[in-house]
Design a binder for this molecule. Structure first.
Ligand code: ADP
Length: 418
């Protein structure tokens, strides 16, 4: 094969690796097929429909409109012979050519004098045929022409399959995006609609508790406790939706991280007592120095993030365990770590732990409450500050969740809303 032919084939192979659109690729293959075999024209027939009963044609653009036949019968065409025999077809005499008269070429207005057709395979599967028509000067097609056309057919086969995969991938992406949108709408509407009646239940129950005799307190406390839990779940859903839609806004001010830690710890002391877990703060070298670990941050959101970590730590640490919240200063940031010596998290689940709705146990075997939202909310709240959150854990030994909040306000771009 001469150097020029080899170079042209090489260029096509290289181009196929980068090309995104199928159509221009096929057109380049057809031009190469006509040029390199010295033919008047070339066409690709891609089989479509059940059991290769028909085929769609891709022809050089200047013929395209004339032969826009979406599906052509394979009988009475060179393609049919190629399908049945799965090997190249070489026709040099005009009588044979008219017998195997290709409908496509008739439609394209070509008078067929000679024809070379090769099968287009992909991974052993026959997916079409590549045809070259009318060798110039009425010469005969050679064995070398067959090799060139077969090489081009292999490139075309790859391109057609890549195109099909690309289309399937794109439609899966579109479907997923649509499902995601439906889910987001559902979450937004449901949490919005639940909030108002729940607020009323809580308000009335609290009022009744004030009026009721002590005998009824236990019942009313149960209503209030569970309605409050429901409210927290709805707030998690809402804040997740707000983060996603970019509605969440930070109210930054100078806050003391030491104060946030102490507030959260005292809010969870009762739960810790009930769980039989020791819960304490650790300010390391700063203890007793009065240093406050000042940061420019939204104290409410940092408090929510830390509360999720502490609640989880208490939930997943058994009787007699301990949960320590350590806060310290690091260069340019304040770091807070919640360590427990509880259940730990399997290594395989650790990378997914911050995903929305992710829980280590399947819902069928769950013993603990929650919706798998706490950590994703915590992550969103820390990242809104330009901070970072991560988890380390050894199954059976315990976990440590750590977050960093920059001391000052990061540049605007760093305040990312997911
Ligand atoms: P949930 O509100 O359901 O607890 P989270 O997003 O807060 O959801 O946590 C997701 C999952 O991560 C939990 O269901 C639990 O399996 C696991 N997990 C979180 N924190 C801990 C921890 N400290 N120890 C063990 N497992 C944990």
């Amino acid at each position: 094969m001469c150097a020029e032919r080899t170079q042209r084939l090489l260029d096509l192979v290289r181009g196929a690796g980068h090309a995104v659109e199928l159509e221009p690729q096929l057109q380049s293959i057809l031009s190469a097929a006509a040029d390199l075999t010295g033919s008047q024209t070339a066409s690709i027939l891609e089989f479509a429909g059940p059991a290769n009963q028909s085929h769609a044609a891709t022809l050089p653009s200047f013929h395209r409109r004339a032969v826009r036949l979406p599906e052509l019968p394979v009988e009475r065409s060179a393609a049919a012979w190629v399908i049945q025999n799965r090997k190249p077809l070489l026709i040099t005499d005009t009588t044979a050519a008219s017998r195997l008269f290709p409908d496509v070429d008739q439609a394209a207005g070509n008078e067929v004098r000679s024809l070379l057709a090769v099968p287009v395979f992909h991974g052993g599967e026959l997916i079409g045929a590549l045809e070259a028509l009318n060798k110039t000067d009425d010469a005969h097609y050679t064995e070398e022409d067959v090799s060139v056309l077969e090489t081009l057919a292999a490139i075309a086969g790859q391109a057609i399959r890549d195109g099909a995969l690309q289309r399937r991938l794109q439609s899966s992406y579109n479907e997923m995006a649509e499902l995601n949108r439906l889910k987001d709408d559902f979450v937004a509407i449901t949490s919005h609609e639940l909030r108002t009646p729940l607020g009323l239940i809580l308000g009335h129950a609290t009022y009744l508790r004030e009026q009721a005799s002590p005998d009824d307190h236990e019942q009313l406390d149960a209503i209030i406790r569970n309605a409050t839990r429901l409210k927290e779940i709805i707030e998690n859903l809402t804040s997740m939706d707000n983060d996603r839609s970019g509605v969440a806004r930070l109210r930054r001010q100078q806050i003391s991280m030491a104060r946030v830690v102490e507030d959260v710890i005292s809010a969870f002391q009762e739960m810790a007592r009930q769980e039989g877990v020791l819960l304490k703060a650790d300010f390391g070298a700063l203890a007793g120095t009065g240093a406050d670990l000042i940061v420019q941050a939204d104290g409410v959101k940092i408090g929510i993030a830390l509360s999720h970590l502490v609640r989880n730590a208490l939930t997943f640490t058994g009787q007699g365990g301990q949960v320590i919240v350590r806060a310290e200063s690091t260069p340019g940031a304040v770091q807070v770590a919640v360590s427990d010596n509880g259940l730990g998290i399997p290594a395989g689940d650790l990378p997914r732990i911050f995903e929305r709705f992710f829980q280590v146990e399947s819902h069928l075997t769950r013993r603990y409450g929650g919706m798998g939202l706490g950590l994703s909310v915590a992550k969103a709240m820390i990242e809104m500050h330009g901070g970072r959150i991560w988890a380390e854990s050894v199954e059976g030994k315990g976990s440590r969740f750590t977050f960093l909040v920059p001391v000052g306000e990061p540049p605007a771009a760093g305040v990312g809303l997911s």
